[in-house]
Structure formats: structure tokens, C-alpha cells
Design a binder for this molecule. Sequence first.
Ligand code: ATP
Ligand code: FE
Ligand code: MG
Length: 332
Amino acid sequence: TYILGIETSCDETAVAIVKNGTEIISNLVASQIESHKRFGGVVPEIASRHHVEQMTIVLEDAIQESKLNWEEIDAIAVTEGPGLVGALLIGVNAAKALAFAKQKPLVGVHHIAGHIYANRLEQEFQFPLLALIVSGGHTELVLMKDHGTYEVIGETRDDAAGEAYDKVARMLELPYPGGPHIDRLALEGEENIDFPRAWLEEDSYDFSFSGLKSAVINTIHNAKQRGERLRNEDIAASFQASVIDVLTTKTLKAAKDHNVNQVIVAGGVAANQGLRSVLAQKFAETNIPLLIPPLRLCTDNAAMIAAAGTIAYEHGKRSGYDLNANPSMLLK
Ligand code: ATP
Ligand code: FE
Ligand code: MG
């Protein structure tokens, strides 16, 4: 099967074609980062406008690059949520128009299912599987006993990990998005500030990052008042150490508790070098295989939507022309 995927949930206009849910035929992403940079974050109105401008261009390029013709495409998959409503609507409407014009089945996809299925473009899944999702809007541990079934066993109670990175980066006056900058600074810093770890209740797989964020603000503020100068590198290294400690410890515990056969990592923060290396280290000491996608598949793209859409399509899921954007869609 050839599935065409469309993703517009945030600030990337993306179209891709994937074969059998595992092989990328074409994968195009038009990023808007430059347009949002000067505002220090994604501006929803601007995002929607860019999606409108980019959609037909990216779509045509993705088809052309695939060298396929429309008869060969089996279905159209699109992110229906969660995300920015105005941004999602551009993708959903483009998908509906295409499905109607080309008379193809339409399949709505959950954005996080997409992040998870980005991994299947690298390697086949082994169930039961534990997915750690760490992105700009989500921090979750998801247990999968089979394709297309998702059980959220832990999630953040406040900020997402990526959100914490972006907020701390803003305090350090680093450009948006801040995650990669903190990651880079952390490499040169020392973990000499003792930031808190939010372990929560003893058996909880939930996360919390707002306390850590406040601790970083207070530390910077207090140092300033005392006339001390903290190195940004050390703040970054110490902040990142706290995030990684909690993420990796909880993931390892959940993987052992649920006897999983594979652990996969997904979402933009999976691009973090520190997180990748500590996870690799910790899982090397177990016999549980760990899969982390290459950087280009960690952040938003449409190949992951086509990959997740392939499973939904094979399971018989079909969306109607009444498909709507669902900004707070739940994963299930
Ligand atoms: P969601 O998927 O939850 O809807 P999103 O699509 O905005 O949110 P992604 O595109 O998956 O999120 O990831 C973007 C986030 O990843 C940003 O918060 C960014 O700072 C973070 N990020 C990217 N690279 C790194 C890195 N190397 N280290 C830490 N964070 C990073
Ligand atoms: Fe995302
Ligand atoms: Mg994004």
C-alpha cells in the first residue's frame, strides 16, 4: 500500500508518501521556524497563513518526488489532532478536498500516534512495546500491546518536557526553539546546580516539569540579586540533568514493570543528545532493545502520519467528509 500523509498541526507544513507503513518514498517538510522566531514562539495566526501558502507546493513536490501517479495511491492520511485548530484545519481541508477529487479513502490520524510510528520507518515493532513521547506539547509513557492500540500509563501533570526546554531557553535569552540550544550548551557546562527532580508518588509514571522551571527562574533571580554570575552552560547542564534523570528512570521502571520487548522514543525532545546517550547507556544494561529515530524523524513530519495512517487504513478505519480538526484529541 501507498499512503499519502499530511501534517499541519503546528508550524510545519508536511506531505509524505510511505509504502507499506515502513518505507519512505517521499517526505517533504516546509518549516516556519524563521517566521515565528522573532515572536519567541509559534503564533497561531501566522502558522495558519503559512500552511495555506505552502500546502499545494509541498503536496505537488511530494507527489513529483515519489514518481507515483494518483492511481497508485491507496489512501490519504491526515493529522486530525491534537494541535492548533487553525493549523490543523488547513491539513484536514486539503486532505478532504484531495480525497474527494481523487476518490480516495480518507483516514484521520492522531499526531502522537504519528510520532510513535516514525520509529517503524526504521525498524519493525516488537510488542508489548513502551513508547516515551517527549515533544513540545506532550510527555507521555504509552504502552502498546499491538498495532494501533495505545494505553497512556503516565503523562505530564503540567508542562511538557519540550515546553520546559523552550521556557528555560527563553530565560537564558536563547533563540526559539530553545531545546537544541540548551542541548548544545549543556555539553560545555557542569552539573553544579542542584535542581529538583519531580519523582511524584512512588508508583507513578507521571511527570511534572513546572517545579523545575520555577527552580531555574528562582536560581537565576537569586544569583542576580547577590551579584553572582552563573554560567549559562552550567544552568543548561544542571537543568538538562534533572529532566534526563526523571525521564530515563521512569521509562526504565515502566519498561521493567510491564515486561516490554521494545522501548521506543518519539517527539522533538528525542533529538536531545544528552537524553539519547543516557537512555542508550541505561538500556544497554538491560536486555530490552531501545529504538530512537534519527533526528529528522523526531520532529514533526508527514512520513510518520502516513506510517500511522497505514495501520489505521489496514484496520479498516475510514473518515468521512465530515472529518474535523480536533485540537484536544485523546490518544486511544
Ligand atoms: P506535539 O508533538 O506535542 O504536538 P510539537 O509538534 O510542537 O508538539 P515537536 O515538533 O515534536 O513538538 O518537538 C518540538 C520540541 O522539541 C520543541 O519544544 C523543541 O525545543 C524540542 N527540541 C528539539 N530539539 C531538541 C533538543 N536537541 N533537545 C531538547 N529539546 C529539543
Ligand atoms: Fe509533534
Ligand atoms: Mg513542531
